[in-house]
Design a protein around this ligand. Structure first.
Ligand code: SF4
Length: 365
């Protein structure tokens, strides 16, 4: 048996046992938020939300980095891609996300050089093999992508590459969770923290949040049993009014996280205020490059015009991202807006909430 055997974590008997335990333990309904597109898709894919419907409502938070990247930042990427002798590299998911006037895919159709890569190191290799071109990597993501982006930048520095830079759109989860918990009408009773984020950062940032806001937090993975174990921990904590951080993903996450990855982040990035699409500015919720790496900062290399941060659209993705509404509340869902013809980022991205509903719940009212 390998260290990870999906069959164990999708075992029907374990799923049934955990569901039974959760439903028996919860004396009243509760609302649990996950802030990870992968977990949103897993909850719907395995039907966890429907199995627990009687007692648990899942609130899908702003956990998809493609979805929360503002239209204004996409506008900047398009301006860069239109520069002569410049290649804008990006993950494929970003291509069709609307900017203020157009998407990267539309800009590419108009002649801008936009190329899809699978990692920041792919972009770095492009810079090495095309010394006559400036290569800019659209560095989006949460805490999970920051270490690899830091590695690419440091390699560019050691190779003395002067044709590589990052357009940073890095987000941090804990400040976003804090912002949600500060709302007068708090939308959640417990929080499922994303296992891959905590594998990098550890659990230290969550203890203070749990204590201050009296909210239990459980670190969970991405399989049915992982998610149910996290829910069970939260339900037990709510019943005993025990507001602390627990770990349902011990095979991957420890309290400390990954010290080497955190050191890379600390070396290259510093916290900054960040705009979240449909939500607004959240203090200290992003990372930007430190001043010593300004030569690798596309925001500083290029003279970029400021645009308004939100595209005009009937899309209610901002409310979906904050867990205030579901895709079923959107009049465009499944009719005007589909994965083939998306109006908003949450339908474009493979991790988006609207895409998850469309894929696993179909069109219904
Ligand atoms: S269904 Fe489409 S239009 Fe409606 S909120 Fe989702 S992305 Fe926006």
């Amino acid at each position: 048996m390998t260290a990870f055997d999906p069959a164990i974590y999708r075992d029907p008997h374990a799923v049934a046992t955990l569901c039974d335990a959760i439903l028996k333990t919860a004396s009243r309904p509760c609302r649990l938020m996950e802030m990870c597109g992968g977990q949103t898709h897993a909850l719907l894919k395995f039907g966890v939300d429907e199995l627990l419907r009687e007692k648990v409502t899942f609130i899908h938070g702003p956990g998809c980095p493609v979805c929360v990247t503002p239209a204004g930042t996409i506008d900047k990427a398009i301006q860069i891609a239109r520069q002569p002798e410049t290649i804008l590299t990006t993950y494929g998911d970003m291509l069709r996300v609307p900017g203020t006037m157009q998407s990267l895919a539309q800009a590419r159709a108009d002649g801008a050089d936009v190329q899809i890569v699978y990692s920041s190191l792919d972009a770095l290799n492009l810079a090495r093999t095309h010394p006559d071109r400036q290569v800019v990597f659209f560095a989006i993501g949460f805490e999970t992508t920051a270490p690899a982006n830091a590695v690419a930048l440091l390699q560019a520095e050691s190779l003395k590459l002067d044709n590589f830079s990052l357009l940073c759109s890095q987000f941090r989860i804990p400040p976003a969770l804090t912002s949600i918990l500060e709302q007068p009408e708090r939308p959640l009773d417990g929080f499922l923290a994303a296992g891959h984020v905590c594998a990098v950062m550890g659990t230290g940032e969550y203890h203070g949040i749990s204590r201050k806001y009296q909210v239990p937090i459980s670190v969970t993975g991405f399989e049915a049993v992982d998610l149910l174990l996290g829910v069970y921990q939260l339900v037990q904590a709510l019943e005993s009014r025990s507001y602390q951080v627990s770990n349902a993903y011990g095979r991957t996450v420890n309290a400390e996280g990954n010290p080497a990855a955190k050191a890379l982040i600390d070396k290259v990035f510093e916290p900054c205020d960040r705009d979240w699409r449909g939500i607004g500015t959240i203090p200290a919720s992003g990372w930007r490059l430190k001043d010593q790496f300004a030569d690798y900062d596309a925001d500083k290399r290029y003279i970029l015009n400021e645009f308004c941060q939100e595209a005009s659209s009937p899309c209610i993705a901002g409310e979906v991202l904050q867990g205030v509404k579901t895709p079923f509340d959107c009049p465009a869902y499944g009719h005007l807006c589909t994965p083939e013809n998306p109006l908003g980022a949450t339908m474009v991205s493979s991790e988006g909430t609207c895409a998850a509903y469309y894929r696993y719940r179909g069109v219904r009212r």
